[in-house]
Design a protein around this ligand. Sequence first.
Ligand code: DER
Length: 219
Amino acid sequence: ITNPAAKQRVAQQIAQKVKDGDVLGVGSGSTVYMALFAIAERIKAEGLNILAIPTSLEITMFCAKLGIPLTTLFEHTPHWLFDGADEVDPNNWLIKGRGGAMFKEKLLIRSSPLNYIIVDDSKLVLKLGTNFPVPVEVYPQALLHVEEELKKVGAIDIKLRPAKGKDGPIVTENNNLILDCYFDDINDSLEQDIKAITGVIESGLFIGYDLQILTAENN
Ligand code: DER
């Protein structure tokens, strides 16, 4: 179970890192939400002049509501980024994408020179795949082909992510579907093996990235 007090502490720690003039990559999820609240407080209190590049519509709307100025990758590259994760293993490999925003999250992380992953310790696992499947964003008509190819790279179970409050599957902000995939063994080539499948847009696997993992306990 997640630890709200720890999430709040790590969100505050991230907010304290923000400097005047920063262009921030902003990930998705509830831990990021808490950090945005704290950052908005600092903007009000100190007149901080920052810009945020959001990774989802939800975060875009939330930043607008909080009065955090927004920009895009067309105009800026982030100075640094913060984002959440679903699982972090001892190699700092991640599973992300419970929120369905992993394509733009990975794009922002690849565009940013410094990346903080903010998690409470319930996300720390010894082996990826312990608590969460690997989400794979798929071009809709490629669905059957991608499912076959995912089995060839080791998927033992594949579930089309259902929508809530609407019949049928989740449709992402890029108008694609999400397959939640279960693997017995997640090895260091799996992210690229999945990406090589025609019809796959992106997965929620982050293997071998240079990431700063922040939990409330370790800093
Ligand atoms: O979807 C994502 O990758 C998010 O970062 C998410 O998994 C983390 O969300 P949480 O902070 O609400 O646990």
